[in-house]
Design a protein around this ligand. Structure first.
Ligand SMILES: C[S@@+](CC[C@H](N)C(=O)[O-])C[C@H]1O[C@@H](n2cnc3c(N)ncnc32)[C@H](O)[C@@H]1O
Length: 218
């Protein structure tokens, strides 16, 4: 059964899907995150990857040339419909989309070499459980990459944001959750810094990229 958080987010992202790609802020984050992932992770053309909370594919489409196959997943069918349309128009191959909410749904049967997610974690209540699900979907030695906001004061989304479960994250907390899920070699870098005007003041919101690996044995 879906919780009010997921119901809200599915309805909200379905409603704004058509205009999602028009925001320079969103494409700026996605381009920086894709570049940071390509630097930090030894992507391979024989890898099967899963993107979680892919939205309209702003990150995944940029990584596709470095991957064998991408399963792009999201809670919102509306966001995935925009991605499907873009993929068809551009003749993209080696990409498939699927609605998936790992906080509710049974995990896919497939196993992946790489799982990545950008700007979706702050919409998920139980991130520790999600990271355990990621670990279970990866082959031994598989990689994970997580991009999201560093801890902020709530001003990034503003006061009335019922779909937001976390006001960014402390990197040390992400590291503890990754290690508790069995990941090793946790590394962080700052992928991007978003600038927003807040009450006439230029505020900066850094976006971290965390990478880690599932051990080859165990
Ligand atoms: C801020 S958007 C980011 C979209 C995309 N990654 C990007 O960078 O443009 C957050 C995305 O997470 C998805 N999402 C929210 N809650 C989710 C959940 N429980 N499971 C899967 N996806 C979820 C939303 O539908 C939305 O597409």
């Amino acid at each position: 059964m879906n919780t009010p958080l997921q119901e809200h987010n599915r309805a909200r992202f379905d409603a704004i899907a058509a205009g999602w790609d028009e925001s320079p802020m969103r494409s700026g984050i996605a381009t920086a995150v894709a570049a940071a992932i390509a630097e930090a992770v030894p992507l391979r053309l024989d890898w099967r990857a899963l993107e979680y909370g892919c939205g309209t594919g702003l990150v995944g489409v940029q990584l596709l040339p470095h991957l064998g196959h991408l399963l792009a997943t999201d809670l919102s069918p509306g966001m995935l419909a925009v991605l499907d349309q873009k993929a068809r128009a551009a003749g993209l191959e080696r990409i498939a989309t699927r609605t998936l909410d790992l906080t509710q749904d049974r995990p896919p049967a497939e196993r992946f070499d790489f799982i990545f997610t950008s700007m979706a974690l702050h919409h998920i209540d139980d991130v520790a459980a999600l990271l355990r699900a990621f670990a279970g979907l990866l082959v031994p030695g598989g990689w994970v990459a997580l991009a999201d906001l560093d801890a902020e004061d709530g001003s990034f989304h503003g006061p009335d944001s019922p779909g937001v479960a976390h006001q960014g994250f402390e990197r040390a907390q992400i590291e503890r959750w990754l290690e508790a899920a069995g990941f090793t070699s946790v590394r962080f870098r700052t992928a991007h810094t978003v600038e927003k005007d807040r009450d006439g003041e230029a505020r900066q919101y850094p976006v971290f990229l965390a990478t880690a690996q599932r051990p080859r044995s165990g």
